[in-house]
Design a protein around this ligand. Sequence first.
Ligand SMILES: [Zn+2]
Ligand SMILES: [Zn+2]
Length: 504
Amino acid sequence: MPDPRTFEQVVPFKYYAEWIKTQDGGRRMEQEDIRERYEDYRREALQRLYTQFFSVHKDDDWFCERFEPERRKEYMQKLASQKAENLRSFVSDLDSGKLDKLTLTATTEQVMQHEVNRRDLSSSNRLGGDDDDDGSESYTLFIRTVPPSVSRAVLEGELTKQPGFKHLSLSEPRQDKQYHRFGWVRFENGTDMDKAVESLSNINIDQFQFHFSRHNNVSSGIIRLTPDVCSTEERIRLDLKLAREAVRSVDEHTDREVDEKRVPEEGAADEDDQDDGEVKGNIAATRRELDLLVEYLRRVHYYCYYCGHTADNLEDFMRRCAKQHLRRGLPGNRSPQPSGNWTRNLDNRNDVIIHPLQAERLYKEGGKSLELETDKELDNHIKQLDEGRYRCLLCTKLFKGDAFVRKHIRNKHPEAVPETLVHEISFFNNFVREAPHLMMPGMMMPGMMAAPYMMPGMMPGMFRGGRANNGRGASSGGNRQDPRAVRSYVDLDAPAEGETDFGF
Ligand SMILES: [Zn+2]
Ligand SMILES: [Zn+2]
């Protein structure tokens, strides 16, 4: 059996276990030891894959914007001020009673409408731009493709020359399309849009001819529906518990400006039952609070709880979800239709958002440990004279132990750890947090999928169960104990346009 370390992918636990039993002359190993060694192998393999990807993309504009620490800060600040504005509008609607009748349970008419829409949409491209059939004038243009070679700044520079230009939104880079993005260009109301399309028709940047068309608001669909199971009492209570965690987490991870504002909670939530988790109490009140929180996440954070997906702008959010994402009403006499892995995948997706990978867990998933990486730097400044005598080469002081001299250097000579190294690690780790979401099978670099040897049913470990070439991995990377280790590899992108829609 070939050594798993020679594969350009992460092999599943099963393969690794088989292989390791053939090593060391077939010495018997405890399951626990195998698992431990697999974890090490897996961490190293992931880090190697991520490092390769990182070095290929670290100069791309989309990559820097999201992950390079300085640019990311700037990007997040802009996003935070947009969210602050969203919050003001949400709170104003809440105060004026506009949300009093809000419910996420679909009516029978809405369910029927959904069926009709699905039939219509399945035969046409949901992104279509040219026919504006919702009647209202759209002051947004759609850009079918923004190549990774063109930076946001350069494109914006061209667009600001257009009369009435307000702002440019870009979608997430599309891993199945070599990281091209969609774009939406918003103009002031009343702008002559025909003229705008015409004058933009010959924009050519870096030898790339841009194509602009009128954006059709209807194109993203009006309703998505969750499976029946989301309407059960049990699930409503669980969803409220998770939605509260989600609100707390995304508020916290947004700029303080948003963080300091109040979070709408209508009495029902009290600290005590947040901590032991279980949500009790009147089901109507529970459902009401859930609906408000889900709406809050959508409108303020571009986060659809029922998709388990976030976006950075309204246009991209609408592309991924729909105007509304509702629960199917559940008639009292009917038990819910089976939903397969739907809820498990949803919970995994939301968990990735609610608990971003950090510190030790990040390291286990292929990230870099600041401590470990910078320790190597310190080595250059330590000289061991003999047992129990360590010299700091930066000031010649002597220490009794390795740990003491390291602590001394970190405290007294912080310049010993180069700023550039700290920066690089944080750049890399920012990427690793979202890496599984950006590196789907078939989208890795050339050669990565070309394994020298494939066992039947073997996928890159992290995407096992996925379908190799369509970019939609399913769950699981072997039966590890920590469910968290698995969670980041589920189908993070499922509810996007152009996918098979099972009606959820
Ligand atoms: Zn949704
Ligand atoms: Zn010193």
